[in-house]
Ligand binder design. Structure first.
Ligand SMILES: Nc1ncnc2c1ncn2[C@@H]1O[C@H](COP(=O)(O)OP(=O)(O)OP(=O)(O)O)[C@@H](O)[C@H]1O
Length: 226
């Protein structure tokens, strides 16, 4: 699904290059559940954002589902993202002025999914995540765990084959965090959705099948777990 070769990313300031990622080469197969771990500032979020096409690398090759991402037009890249990727953020990134229902609906409107199909997908997600009663509430009327469920429901609405999650449980209590990780395990095992998460918690990484350790922008270790 993902092939990256020699990915490099730096920021130049006053003529000096500050490297965030160096020579990152790896491949991720469909159906994997990968955790990216490493110290603060190691380049984890940068790597995830590059994989999610939210950022570009300075050098290197990136092939996503057979498409060469680095040479794609902006329009094609957005299309590829919308068709295949769901992003889940630590701080949820829900739209405050929209209800739960409208937040989940937003990516379906971008994708121009018809009215009845939209209604049925949203009803299904609300039901599955046990948040039917919350559908007309606004994000600030929900607990953190409930907001993250909405964030995941929104990411799943477009039926992605890949979920990218940046510290998805970073703002949650441990019970809520476990619920979210169980949900990820289920999506991966039962629906075959590929998952790549950034996490600081070893416990969260154990839900997946592989851990990529990054330090100073370099992949130090790539281990299978479970
Ligand atoms: N726009 C930017 N300009 C300059 N430096 C940046 C920019 N964005 C990120 N960096 C630097 O890139 C490095 C890696 O950042 P990144 O967010 O990928 O780390 P991380 O491993 O996810 O850290 P954390 O666990 O703290 O979230 C950091 O040193 C950061 O300061």
């Amino acid at each position: 699904m993902i092939e990256i070769k020699n990915i490099e990313k730096y920021y130049a300031s006053k003529g000096v290059k500050h490297y965030v990622l160096r020579h990152v080469t790896t491949s991720i197969k469909k159906g994997e559940f990968v955790s990216i771990m490493g110290p603060s500032g190691a380049g984890k979020s940068t790597l995830l954002n590059i994989l999610g096409m939210l950022e570009e690398s300075t050098y290197g090759q990136y092939e996503f589902m057979g498409e060469d991402v680095t040479t794609l037009s902006e329009r094609k890249r957005i299309e590829l993202y919308r068709n295949h990727i769901g992003f889940v953020f630590q701080a949820y990134h829900l739209i405050d002025e929209m209800t739960v229902y409208e937040n989940i609906e937003a990516p379906l409107l971008y994708k121009k999914i018809g009215n009845s199909e939209r209604k049925s997908r949203i009803a299904d997600l609300l039901d599955r995540f046990n948040i039917v009663a919350k559908k007309d509430l606004f994000p600030n009327q929900l607990s953190g765990g409930q907001q993250q469920l909405v964030g995941i429901a929104r990411a799943l609405a477009a039926q992605p084959s890949l979920i990218l999650a940046d510290e998805p449980t970073g703002n949650l209590q441990s019970v809520q965090a476990e619920e979210i990780m169980e949900l990820f395990r289920k999506l991966n095992k039962e629906e075959g959705i590929t998952i790549i998460q950034v996490t600081h918690a070893e416990k969260n990484a154990q839900y997946g099948n592989r851990i990529l350790h990054i330090a100073d922008g370099v992949v130090k270790d790539d281990v299978q777990v479970g």
